[in-house]
Design a protein around this ligand. Structure first.
Ligand code: SF4
Length: 359
């Protein structure tokens, strides 16, 4: 019935309709009911700095030398985290999932991580925060000292994102590391004791076809992460390639995807969330695969919009969900660190007002 409606009314291809239904059924146990949505929220913290800028990226990933720099941004962030934590306590709101992304949050050094983890104790992180993810997207930022702080600070899911395991492509996309550094970073993260590692790959990178993508996929599978997100390249606004009008790849995208789904399912991973973005190659979707039991609550809820998730820091988006009628309002934090610093007080007040109105 639903399959037919998707195909007839929305002209969805039969295999995509099947995928959508499978994903929706897997999502269902992770969606809060009304009572849960009144009490529990999620938090996203954006650290908009990276060691260097990847050419395809439109995320807020300012190279570290950006002015005003990391320390001024960090001061404003700690202030926002502490003020928001205090407000959450007063409003009796409990954070059950926390995600620190960016950018590359692991550009923060150990003393800064120490301060940030400490500030989270003031009302954001608590015993009911069952999922705490940190993006360690770039292996060139990972150090044992930081990983130890993260695991002792409650982080239980970490993302090490190769995008490709092909050394030549890594150079072409502006990364400053090779595939061996990814293998070493993965081993370091595992050795620290992390039980859930996610890895991201991109289909359609320059001069990569189906063979190259499948090589990366198989190599990542050999490492054995608990989840793998397969993105499709998009020429997003704000990326270096979009600004330079670089034509990234001519191959038909359908051929490049190949039999990814079959390979993933055979290896024990199931598609559990998906989304589309503007300007994506071949009108495909990004799909999160995970082993059963390793589905990310944050990823499902940010896409399904069935839980309020507030954003703090640079470039963060907040989604406020009214549990009485499931309507949505949003609030966006500026990407630019200088603008964020200037506006932080107003952002805190606006955010707390919206939370109060929902409680
Ligand atoms: S893709 Fe990730 S690591 Fe690369 S610039 Fe963007 S946020 Fe930074």
């Amino acid at each position: 019935m639903i399959q037919r409606e998707l195909e007839d009314k929305y002209l969805v291809m039969p295999e995509k309709a099947e995928l959508l239904i499978d994903v929706a059924l897997r999502n269902r146990p992770y969606l809060p009911n009304r009572e849960e949505a009144v009490r529990f929220i999620g938090v996203y913290i954006g650290i908009p700095f990276c060691p260097s800028r990847c050419y395809y990226c439109s995320f807020p990933g300012y190279p570290l030398q950006h002015r005003p720099g990391l320390s001024e941004f960090f001061q404003a962030l700690i202030y926002e985290v502490r003020q928001t934590g205090q407000a959450l306590k007063e409003l009796n709101l409990v954070v059950d999932n926390l995600y620190i992304g960016g950018g590359t949050p692991t550009v923060l050094d150990a003393p800064l991580w120490d301060k940030l983890l400490d500030s989270l104790q003031g009302g954001i992180l608590g015993p009911e925060t069952t999922e705490f993810t940190v993006e360690a997207g770039r292996p060139d930022t990972l150090k044992p000292e930081i990983l130890n702080l993260l695991i002792n600070g409650g982080v239980n899911r970490i993302c090490v994102n190769p995008q490709t395991m092909n050394d030549k492509t890594l150079i072409r996309i502006g990364r400053q590391h090779d595939a061996q550094m990814i293998r070493d970073a993965f081993a370091m993260v595992r050795h620290t004791g992390f039980k859930h590692i996610n890895m991201d790959l991109i289909v359609g990178l320059p001069e990569e076809g189906r063979t190259e993508f499948e090589q990366s996929l198989r190599e990542v599978l050999r490492l054995g992460p608990e989840s793998i997100t397969v993105h499709h390249l998009s020429r997003k606004r704000g990326s270096t390639w979009q600004m330079q009008e670089v034509d990234v790849n001519q191959d038909p995208i359908g051929q490049m995807v190949g039999n990814t789904d079959e390979i993933m399912v055979k290896a024990g991973y199931l598609p559990y969330y998906l989304y589309r973005q503007k300007y994506m190659r071949g009108n495909q979707e990004n799909i999160g695969y995970a082993r059963p039991g390793s589905f990310s609550k944050y990823n499902i809820r940010i896409i399904e919009e069935r839980q309020t998730i507030i954003g703090l820091g640079g470039g963060a988006a907040s989604k406020f969900v009214n549990p009485n009628n499931w309507t949505l309002t949003t609030l966006y934090h500026p990407k630019d660190p200088a603008t964020y610093i200037n506006k932080v007080e107003g952002l805190i007040n606006a955010q707390v007002d919206k939370l109060r109105a929902l409680s």
